[in-house]
Design a protein around this ligand. Structure first.
Ligand SMILES: Cc1ncc(COP(=O)(O)O)c(C=O)c1O
Length: 456
């Protein structure tokens, strides 16, 4: 049978699709009790994938069974209640269900002509998001893979605009011989920002690094004088401490100087939609913003979002052309991102937001933060040192010595009962907790602290 006949036959095997759903539901049902990180014997099962590409393909059943038997046990249970690694969000069930349906649509969200539904939902969610986060009316949104890319697009807009104001069209002339751009940011800016500067040909040495305070907030007293050739990059949510820069004052200073402000709010920008919105006061004075859906909002992976106050800056920076493209009056999402073909992330965003509603978003964010505070208080009660002021969903703690902290971390990671990562904060080795899954509740926090205390 040739491959096309095989595929036609496969499409008619309804039971394969039902089987996929059965396995998915079994996985989700086991999630709360699943090892949070696979044990060595499970990891050994990954060897099953070390095979040569078969000459003749396998059936859908065989593929599914292999994935379920050897793949499911080798996942990280980040959607459960006791995964606190990196800043990895869980998944809102309604959005997952919507994803299962809409993956079968296999849409290309590049143009209105390639997916009217993706285009419509991008329009709708742009409106919702701008309002939810309190961004300036008329700000535009691009949907990408994550904050790293979103930040890159924000900086690309700044680069385009700062040079345009100096009479230099970077799209046609490039960067060789261009007027100087200044980039000012905190020493505590996330590493992805430097990466974005590298990708954009600005280089990391361009950065005028500003010292940060004890919590990782840019110290406004150390800010160099800004001018209209400056890009100032601020942060809503330090990846270690969760701290927020002082947007009111810093944006006022930047606006007076005519500088461009970009805010990296990968997980913290969501404070604007919660009862902690004092943390993001002043963000509306910036020019561009980046945030993730897959962190605090718990959308399915992967979903990063860039916003730009001025549509023209973003669209021009991403200059799009090609006679065959049929760019029209309707929303062509590719004009606001770097890709042409891409998945329809607007559907994930729409289903998550529509399920939660404005109030649900606030409750979700508030609860993650409250649980982080609860975790910090239990850790303190149990004799651990909490190293940061817990203002959002991040907690840093250590045991008595660096050696005992390292040992504790190793035991915790091997336990399979919960998972933390580590960091170095102000020259001190620390365990890093991010409460980022909607599934986590007070019982998970209590169980986690009990496990940590017992493993000490
Ligand atoms: C502050 C900050 N910026 C950027 C990023 C990168 O985000 P992404 O992994 O979605 O590219 C992170 C990731 O944790 C972050 O915390």
């Amino acid at each position: 049978m040739n491959v096309h006949d095989r595929m036609r036959r496969e499409l008619q095997k309804e039971y394969i699709f039902q089987k996929a759903l059965t396995h998915a539901l079994e996985y989700l049902g086991d999630l709360p009790d699943r090892e949070v990180f696979p044990s060595p014997d499970r990891l050994a099962l990954l060897n099953e994938f070390d095979e040569e590409l078969p000459e003749d393909g396998r059936s859908g059943e065989v593929i599914l069974e292999k994935l379920h038997e050897y793949g499911s046990p080798n996942t990280v249970a980040q959607g459960g209640g006791r995964y606190y690694g990196f800043v990895n969000g869980g998944i809102v069930p309604a959005a997952l269900a919507a994803r299962i349906l809409t993956d079968s649509w296999d849409q290309n969200a590049g143009l209105y002509l390639t997916s009217p539904i993706a285009s419509k939902l991008e329009e709708v969610t742009e409106r919702w998001m701008v309002k939810l986060l309190g961004l300036p009316k008329g700000s535009v949104m691009g949907l990408v893979t994550g904050t790293t890319t979103a930040t890159m697009l924000g900086i690309a807009s700044a680069r385009y605009e700062i040079l345009r104001r100096q009479g230099w069209d970077v799209n046609s002339k490039g960067l060789f011989g261009a007027p100087a751009i200044r980039v000012v940011m905190s020493e505590e800016a996330h590493s992805s920002v430097r990466r974005a500067l590298v990708f954009l040909g600005l280089g990391s040495e361009i950065v005028e690094s500003v010292p940060a305070d004890s919590q990782g907030r840019l110290d406004p007293t150390k800010l160099p004088p800004l001018d209209s050739n400056t890009l100032l990059i601020l942060q809503a949510g330090n990846v270690n401490t969760g701290a927020f820069d002082d947007f009111q004052n810093l944006c006022d200073t930047a606006n007076k100087a005519g500088a461009w402000v970009h805010i990296d709010g990968a997980f913290g920008l969501w404070a604007a939609a919660s009862s902690r919105k004092h943390l993001t006061a002043g963000i509306e004075k910036a020019d561009s913003w980046s945030v993730d859906g897959h962190k605090t909002l718990n959308t399915p992976y992967d979903l990063g979002i860039v916003f730009c106050r001025n549509q023209g800056s973003l669209v021009s920076a991403l200059e799009t052309s090609g006679a065959y493209l049929h760019l029209g009056e309707k929303r062509d999402g590719m004009r606001l991102v770097a890709e042409m073909s891409r998945r329809a992330r607007s559907i994930d965003l729409w289903s998550t937001l529509r399920f939660l509603g404005r109030r649900g978003v606030a409750e979700l964010v508030d609860e993650l933060c409250n649980l982080a505070e609860y975790m910090a208080s239990l850790l303190t009660e149990n004799g651990f040192e909490v190293l940061n002021e817990v203002v959002f969903n991040q907690v840093l703690f250590s045991s008595d010595t660096e050696e005992s902290t390292r040992q504790l971390l190793e035991r915790v990671q091997q336990s399979g009962k919960l998972w933390f990562g580590s960091t170095v904060w102000k020259a001190k080795f620390a365990i890093r907790v991010s409460v980022c899954s909607w599934y986590t509740d007070r019982e998970d926090i209590e169980r986690s602290v009990e496990v940590i205390s017992n493993l000490r």
